[in-house]
Design a protein around this ligand. Structure first.
Ligand SMILES: Nc1nc2c(c(=O)[nH]1)N[C@H]1C(S)=C(S)[C@@H](COP(=O)(O)O)O[C@H]1N2
Ligand SMILES: [Mo]
Length: 336
């Protein structure tokens, strides 16, 4: 945390800085389609964006999440983006069905506005955020690789902010060692939650978890948008997690509850098949899935015939520089 001292002579400079921060954010939002694109966000969300533009001091430093990192590397900006059409039509979201086309086909009526997400447990200030609040943490665009445990991958431009920003708002206590996440339970609107057959026999609500130090790493991200627009239901509206150095199943969608705890929380795929899916689920080309190799992946670009490439899988999905230190003392074969 930078603490600035203001002397009288500094004031004009401070003002200039504030204005340029303000303008940059306006520009960023415009580029991302968050301004002058009323149709892209529900009206209440727009109100949130405009509140956020009118700006309070606490937001002034909000774009700093990745300052200490090499953003180019972290953002995979040298890699070809997966087309928007593929990102929003080839999905895993078992609450809406098991095949890749099901989430888009079955989620059109999913209601993500209004929404509430609570941050509770080992925190000094339990909070409940509504949709407006969720747009007030300083939106930025991050281009991340997403590597599914099924050995396909995409490169996706998300809009959101580091997870640490909302966790800090709740002020984790010294007892907090893990963060548990829960997807909304809404069997009326999620056919997979109504039927074991439709939902793949996993237990709902879908739950996930991270160690607190993983959650506080600036790469751990809350997305509220993709391709410059609010998230569509199939991608986890209105907010989902992204943990780009871990297999995709850690990146839980449509979150309603975040709980800080002193115990390692249960996670959906680990409950379902513990010898196949661990708590950590770090992308690791040297540790194969019991039923297939993880050494390479199918990179989906446009998805057109012959367009996908098979490429080697990288340790921590290419984010080793940013996250390898988190696992310095961990046997990654044992803690897969
Ligand atoms: N609630 C919930 N979150 C989920 C899933 C799911 O079935 N339910 N699937 C996961 C898996 S396996 C992957 S690969 C990613 C896919 O995200 P995408 O469809 O936005 O690419 O979401 C993850 N988050
Ligand atoms: Mo996945």
């Amino acid at each position: 945390m930078l603490i600035k001292s203001f002397r009288k002579s500094d004031l004009s400079e401070a003002k200039v800085t504030d204005e340029s921060v303000f303008k940059n954010r306006r520009q960023l939002l415009r580029n991302l389609g968050f301004i002058g694109a009323g149709s892209l966000l529900a009206s209440s969300s727009n109100a949130g964006v405009f509140d956020f533009l009118s700006d309070d001091q606490s937001n002034a430093e909000d774009t700093s999440g990745l300052k200490a990192l090499d953003f180019k590397k972290a953002s995979a900006s040298n890699q070809k983006l997966t087309s928007e059409d593929k990102v929003t039509s080839y999905n895993n979201f078992y609450e809406f069905g098991l095949s890749k086309s099901d989430p888009k086909a079955n989620s059109a009526k999913f209601v993500s506005d209004p929404w509430k997400v609570e941050i509770v447990g080992e925190v000094e200030k339990p909070i409940t955020l509504d949709l407006d609040d969720l747009y007030k943490f300083g939106l930025e665009e991050r281009i991340y690789r997403l590597r599914c445990v099924e050995a396909w991958s995409m490169v996706i431009p998300w809009v959101g902010y580091s997870l640490s920003k909302i966790l800090e708002k709740a002020a984790p206590t010294s007892k907090a060692k893990y963060v548990a996440f829960e997807t909304v339970y809404n069997p009326d609107q999620m056919p997979g939650q109504r039927s074991r057959f439709f939902g793949g026999g996993i237990k709902y609500p879908y739950v996930e978890g991270l160690r607190l130090d993983e959650a506080m790493n600036p790469l751990a991200f809350i997305a509220v948008g993709v391709y410059g627009k609010a998230l569509p239901p199939q991608n986890g509206a209105p907010l989902r997690l992204l943990v780009p150095w871990k297999y995709g199943f850690k990146s839980i969608k449509s979150i309603t509850r975040i709980r800080l705890t002193d115990q390692q929380p249960p996670t959906t795929w680990n409950i379902s098949a513990p010898h196949e899916y661990g708590f950590y689920a770090n992308v690791n080309p040297q540790v194969d899935h019991p039923r297939w190799s993880q050494a390479s992946e199918r990179r989906i670009t446009t998805g057109g015939l012959g367009a996908d490439e098979r490429i080697p899988t990288e340790m921590f999905n290419g984010y080793a520089e940013e996250v390898a230190h988190l696992y310095a003392n961990l046997d990654l074969k044992k803690f897969y």
